[in-house]
Design a protein around this ligand. Structure first.
Ligand code: ZN
Length: 437
């Protein structure tokens, strides 16, 4: 690359990072939850970047073993001391309210109030993020230092929220390629003001969709902007007939911090997407993490439940729960950086590149090895060294061309040159032992 081209590329990346960060800045103040107007407002902003379809699913609807909950909305919340001063104010930071709090308007003493306060003693300046979706409760999240300073006095406590039948809202964007076969990209949209958890996934998914929209694609790409857990359960429940088309999937989140990438493999453990992302990470970095599937985490839990067992993995930088800022007020605009967001997007673009360029063949004579000698493909005199690359390329192609493995997989597994593998595949196609799929 020339210096000028390098400069252009680095400016391009810098600007892209700024754009990703800019979207996070816009979304940061919104109080999101698994339902409610915060989600609608978020989807409306995403829609300015890429056209999404917004779906509303009514409260009370059964989705597999779950029920769409009542819709939660909040206008204001505060705690006032006896002097009438607001000592905790939702309008300053929405994390102050236990997400999904029922409305409250009471005066109480410190002892009664303390039962509804949440803090993080090990990080006394930070405010925790807590939720109570399934148990009707109310509460406030404050710094531990503030908690320690609360005086014995009467407090006026108000949460101006509604929790009543409405709907669950999610967004979907389908970018059509030549084929109906799909790649599913999913990210959750249910967290209030936190940047790495939630907003980084939204920003990277939005800009990935924007980039793919401009391209001619082989696969179709379906982007889901859904509330965590209940959103993927809802989508899967309403879209079972689309599931047969899903070839690859990635759940995105935690993509804006500075640490190394971690990829969590699908439940299948060796799906093509698992191999592609691992290969791309190996190609780019010396240090990265590969995590085997386990049934906890984000929406891969639902996509990889045994009834679906979809080839869906998860890409993050530091995994959830493994950094102290996780689910606290310290996961803020200083915790994510434009360049890390841009790097995450760039990695995903190279994953898409490999998905799109992946070449696969099918062995048409897969029961035992076909006799290559009679087709003029194998050396005529037996007993010579068996390691000639071309002959090994024939055997690897035949063995791994099962519809699941790409030429890239065969290259990686065999250690042979791509050019030799391609020649061998072409020769096998000519004698009808392989066909391109
Ligand atoms: Zn979270």
């Amino acid at each position: 690359m020339t210096n000028a081209a390098e400069t252009r590329e680095s400016i391009g990346k810098k600007n892209l990072g700024k754009d990703l960060y800019g979207l996070i800045e816009r979304l940061y103040p919104i109080c999101r939850s698994i339902t409610g107007n915060g989600v609608r407002e978020t989807l409306k902003i995403i829609n300015e970047y890429v056209a999404i379809q917004v779906n509303e699913v009514p409260s009370g609807k059964q989705v597999f073993d779950w029920t769409i909950p009542d819709e939660w909305n909040i206008a204001d919340a505060y705690i006032k001391n006896e002097k009438g001063e607001k000592i905790v104010d939702f309008k300053q930071l929405n994390l102050h309210v236990l997400n999904y709090s029922v409305p409250v308007n009471e005066t109480m003493d410190l002892e009664a109030l303390k039962k509804h306060l949440f803090t993080i003693p090990e990080h006394p300046d930070w405010i925790p993020y807590r939720t109570s979706y399934h148990n009707r409760n109310w509460g406030f999240c404050i710094s531990h230092n503030q908690f320690l300073q609360l005086k014995e006095e009467m407090y006026e406590v108000r949460i101006d929220a509604t929790l009543q039948p409405g709907s669950l809202t999610y967004g979907e964007c389908l970018i059509r390629g030549q084929s109906d076969e799909e790649v599913i990209i999913s990210t959750h949209i249910c967290h209030p003001s936190m940047c790495n958890d939630n907003l980084s996934g939204i920003a990277v998914a939005t800009f990935l969709a924007r980039q793919l929209e401009k391209r001619d694609l082989k696969y179709s790409y379906r982007f889901l902007f859904i509330p965590g857990t209940i959103g993927s359960i809802t989508w899967l429940s309403l879209n079972e007939r689309k599931i047969k088309n899903i070839r690859h999937g990635i759940v995105l989140n935690l993509l804006g911090d500075k640490t190394k990438f971690h990829y969590k493999k699908s439940r299948r453990g060796n799906a093509e997407i698992d191999r592609i992302i691992t290969r791309q990470l190996k190609h780019r970095y010396e240090d990265f993490g590969i995590i085997d599937f386990y049934p906890y985490g984000y929406d891969e839990r639902q996509f990889c439940s045994p009834g679906f067992n979809l080839p869906v993995g998860r890409l993050s930088r530091t995994p959830h729960g493994e950094f102290p800022e996780y689910h606290t007020s310290a996961d803020n605009l200083d915790f994510v950086m434009p360049e890390h967001l841009a790097e995450s997007l760039d990695l995903l673009l190279s994953v898409v590149e490999e998905i799109e360029s992946s070449e696969k063949f099918l062995n048409l004579s897969p029961k035992c090895e076909p006799q290559l000698g009679k087709r003029g493909l194998f050396k005529q005199i037996g007993g010579q060294s068996e390691t000639k690359d071309y002959q090994m390329a024939l055997l690897w192609n035949l063995n791994l061309s099962d519809g699941e493995h790409s030429l890239k997989d065969i290259e990686e597994r065999s250690g042979l040159d791509m050019a030799i593998l391609k020649d061998a595949a072409e020769a096998l196609c000519k004698v009808n032992l392989l066909k391109k799929i």
